[in-house]
Design a protein around this ligand. Structure first.
Ligand code: HGY
Ligand code: MN
Ligand code: MN
Length: 434
């Protein structure tokens, strides 16, 4: 990293404002909070998610920045003076939506740290080679509308991977919910960023696992992000009276679904065909104690950093679905599927992140991400870099998800320094492209 950048980054003016960052994290955590469980629920394009987006845009505008919502519902924040497309963007961001009853940091931390870095840039009067931009990607989790990475897929131009008329888990169309969030399903193509428009993408995120806490590292330098296949299944059987229907001849959709749950677990845990496999969502109808289940809607989430292992596990699972269909007399249909390929981060950006951590005297280590992130979609457009901070207890997607304030601030300082390095490097000779 050039002395000039280091010297400038060391100046107090080029530090984030820790109190402002922590205040915003605390304020945002109140939106969608469940006071009984302590968890946060902001399902993508739901009411709480819209409130969170409005909060972010209010904070950005109060900071003198400009905000826009694209056709996919992504929130894009720029410095007031910057014109879109004038120079390649240094994109930073993450997501505001959460899983059901999730934590306060997954996604939200990265968005607010990106806002903090952008605001610090704007206040510094710097004229960087790249235009720093903060983005809150829409519907990363896919908790309500099962199209995870919706917003980042749109920005990356992966529209073919998105359904024409997306529906939520209850079959309700996305069109109206997207419009209420400021998007427009018919203009989705306008959300795509052209190739060459992004010089680099940086995402700061909580690790969501135990590695950094166990090793004592303060900063994680992400080497690769896991591949992921999510199949949404509809299991159709025959509802009936649980007392008068003989066992022989039943077409019990929930019994078939139970076999699918165990088959998915078995192919990862025992046969080790992929790293992990999870059925996290199951919705049985009519869901009454004395009626045999007629239909079940469920998701199977397969993950691996090796694309071939992931594809092989999916093939075995699909064959098992046919076997379960025959043995239970049900029909099992894959009604939606989303795939995200495993991606590697840019070596140059990993080095820039390591240099930033070293300059701040923060012990760091390189590790893969078992969680998926918007970064793996933006990897279609630009070199990506991901920075992790430790998760207390190594847990996430639960109300207890937490990270110390010191680590939250340290991560944002590493993001700032790395952003300064990238913004100071002429994209034409940017070594981080490797
Ligand atoms: O599920 C994931 O890996 C991420 O939290 N969206
Ligand atoms: Mn998540
Ligand atoms: Mn996340």
């Amino acid at each position: 990293m050039s002395d000039q950048v280091l010297e400038r980054a060391a100046q107090p003016a080029l530090d984030i404002d820790p109190a402002r960052l922590l205040r915003r994290i605390a304020e945002l955590a109140r939106i969608g909070a469940d006071t009984t469980t302590g968890g946060i629920t902001r399902e993508g394009f739901g009411a709480a998610d819209r409130t969170a987006r409005a909060y972010l845009m209010d904070e950005a505008r109060a900071a003198g920045l400009t905000t826009a919502v694209d056709a996919a519902g992504n929130v894009v924040i720029r410095r007031a003076a910057a014109e879109a497309g004038e120079r390649p963007a240094l994109m930073m961001g993450s997501h505001l939506d959460t899983v059901v009853n999730g934590g306060r940091l997954d996604g939200a931390y990265g968005v607010l740290a990106a806002l903090e870095v952008l605001q610090t840039f704007a206040a510094s009067g710097l004229e960087p080679h790249c235009d720093p931009v903060a983005v809150a990607f829409a519907n990363e989790e896919g908790a309500l509308f099962p199209q995870p990475f919706w917003g980042s897929m749109a920005i990356a131009g992966r529209l073919a991977g998105l359904p024409r008329e997306p529906r939520d888990h209850h079959g309700r169309p996305l069109r109206e919910a997207l419009r209420r969030a400021g998007g427009d399903l018919d203009a989705l193509g306008t959300a795509c960023w052209p190739h060459g428009s992004v010089a680099a993408y940086l995402e700061l995120h909580v690790e969501q696992g135990p590695v950094l806490e166990r090793s004592g590292s303060r900063i994680g330098v992400v080497s690769a992000i896991t591949g992921r296949t999510v199949l949404t299944l509809e299991v159709r059987g025959a509802a009936g009276h649980s007392g008068t229907s003989p066992m022989a001849g039943r077409r019990d959709a929930l019994a078939a679904a139970a076999r699918i749950v165990l088959a998915a677990e078995h192919l990862a845990a025992e046969r080790r065909l992929c790293r992990v496999a999870t059925v996290g969502h199951i919705d049985t109808r009519p869901n009454t104690p004395n009626t045999i289940a007629g239909t079940v809607r469920m998701t199977v989430d397969l993950r691996d950093t090796d694309l071939w292992r992931l594809a092989g596990a999916e093939e075995v699972l699909r064959r098992l679905l046919r076997t379960i269909e025959n043995s239970t007399g049900t029909e099992i249909e894959v009604v939606a599927e989303t795939r995200s390929d495993p991606v590697s981060t840019s070596r140059g950006l990993r080095t820039a992140i390591e240099d930033s951590a070293d300059a701040l005297d923060l012990p760091h280590e390189v590790l893969p991400s078992g969680a998926g992130h918007d970064a793996q979609m933006i990897a279609d457009l630009a070199p990506i870099g991901m920075i992790f901070v430790p998760s207390l207890g190594g847990i996430s997607h639960v109300p207890q998800e937490d990270t110390s304030d010191e680590d939250l601030v340290a991560g944002a300082r590493v993001l700032l320094r790395t952003a300064l390095h990238v913004a100071d490097t002429d994209p034409a000779d940017a070594g981080y492209r490797a």
